[in-house]
Design a protein around this ligand. Structure first.
Ligand code: PMP
Length: 294
């Protein structure tokens, strides 16, 4: 990620990055009261924007925030940001805060939500990392289910993820896995997780504390087309340690193979299922966002 130098969209207008600011009384800043989306674009075409907008709507519904823009307006705003950035390939954040209120947390006192679209350059993980794989630890931070905010809401409260990633940093590894309070695997700090067991592709159900990742969903659709059995299944640390393959995935990361988890070597890294799905995912991006489409 780099700090953006590109024009941003704020509440209906393209403005310079310096003007894309909020009041100190914005409840996104004061209370993490808001939600967001992160997506990539390729050849100036956003990948699966409709699904990202649908997930944004679900987050907004869960938080009872009403934005005065239709999906069409937001999609046009996304296209305007991409065009103005001059980038062919890049990353976009769509962010909604509850808006400006007073110092108290009561959402009733917020007048109108603030909606931002922020383009950024975001490089892909190096070929070397994709060849070698990444190392993970299991975080002590739990992704609690059924006790508070549903993990399916992509809210501005990312402190669980931030603290988990800090633990990964302290341990000298690349990323951290969050379990739920029952010891079931949820996801990583900013990616969903898959394993291959007895030749089948498995990922935790979202009810175990995972975000409804668009990359995750895309891979579950691609797998059967590749002749692979894929299903949602609750997983424990034991299932990860004994997997034939493991990889993590997200819009930013795409697919990254996992080499070690808590010091255990994963049998195959990168494994054949990862390689097949990686190619299929790349082909899908070319198909949906490739130069031929322009
Ligand atoms: N889990 C979390 C906590 C995330 O922040 C992300 C990134 N948005 C993902 C999973 C992956 O989701 P997606 O494939 O939609 O980017």
């Amino acid at each position: 990620h780099t700090k953006t130098k590109y024009s941003c969209w704020k509440n209906g207008e393209l403005v310079s990055a310096d003007q894309a600011v909020v009041s100190i009384y914005d409840h996104g800043l004061l209370y993490g009261d808001g939600c967001f989306e992160g997506l990539r674009f390729y050849h100036r075409h956003p990948f699966r924007l409709d699904r990202h907008l649908a997930r944004l709507r679900r987050s907004l519904s869960a938080l009872a925030i009403t934005v005065p823009y239709t999906d069409d307006t937001l999609a046009q705003a996304v296209m305007a940001c991409i065009a103005s950035s001059g980038m062919g390939d890049g990353y976009l954040r769509i962010l909604v805060t509850r808006g400006e209120g007073d110092m108290g947390l009561n959402p009733r006192n917020c007048t109108a939500p603030n909606v931002f679209i922020i383009p950024a350059s975001l490089s892909l993980v190096s070929d070397e990392t994709r060849r070698q794989g990444v190392s993970l630890i299991t975080s002590s931070i739990k992704r609690a289910v059924g006790t508070g905010l549903d993990a399916r809401v992509k809210s501005l409260n990312y402190l669980h993820s931030v603290l988990a990633r800090a633990e990964a940093n302290a341990a000298g590894v690349d990323e951290a896995i969050l379990l739920n309070q029952f010891g079931q695997v949820a996801e990583c700090s900013a990616e969903n997780i898959f394993v291959v067991k007895a030749g089948s592709l498995l990922t935790p159900p979202v009810q175990d504390g995972a975000l409804e990742g668009i990359t995750r969903e895309t891979l579950l659709e691609l797998a059967p087309q590749q002749g692979l059995e894929a299903r949602e299944q609750s997983l424990t640390s034991y299932d990860l340690y004994t997997a034939e393959e493991c990889f993590i995935c997200g819009s930013g990361a795409r697919l990254i193979p996992v080499k070690t988890i808590d010091g255990r070597q994963i049998a195959q890294c990168p494994g054949p299922v990862y390689q097949r799905l990686s190619l299929a995912y790349k082909a899908l991006i070319d198909d949906e966002c490739g130069e031929k489409r322009q």
